[in-house]
Ligand binder design. Sequence first.
Ligand SMILES: [Zn+2]
Ligand SMILES: [Zn+2]
Length: 163
Amino acid sequence: MKCPACNTSLAVIKLQGVSLDVCRGGCGGIWFDNFELKKFEVPRPSTAELLNIPTNPAIQVDPAKKRNCPRCENVPMMRHYYSITRQVQVDHCPSCGGYWLDAGELAAIQGEYKSGVGKTHPTRAFVSGAVAAKPGQVPVPSPATNDRTREIGNIISFINPIE
Ligand SMILES: [Zn+2]
Ligand SMILES: [Zn+2]
């Protein structure tokens, strides 16, 4: 599998019984298959390796660029905020449900987990925040927006099931 950000061949590492694909010696990004990311939200010493993936300083990635899913051919990933604090944006594949995290994004997600953000907020607030997320854009109610809201709502309840 190739890195969706810099095209380096991804290396497979096994942690917590999960095989992860990391861009070692490239941009330092990490690929999580469907459901895998959830297991790594909690900071643990056994997963510290993921926070220190060796990178090639000559490789610079453009976070604004659209990326295709490394697992599904020709499926563009969607970029959205991982939680209500809008600190971390992640790439998510609408087809296989996998996540691509750039270097540093996992640390930020784990930092949010530690502070308890995202666990106490209702999904609804999260969804409206996510739709209005693009700076300078006022969300206009339209069928497209509603679709997007539903879509994001599905993703959110998937990430953070309401108990
Ligand atoms: Zn890379
Ligand atoms: Zn995919």
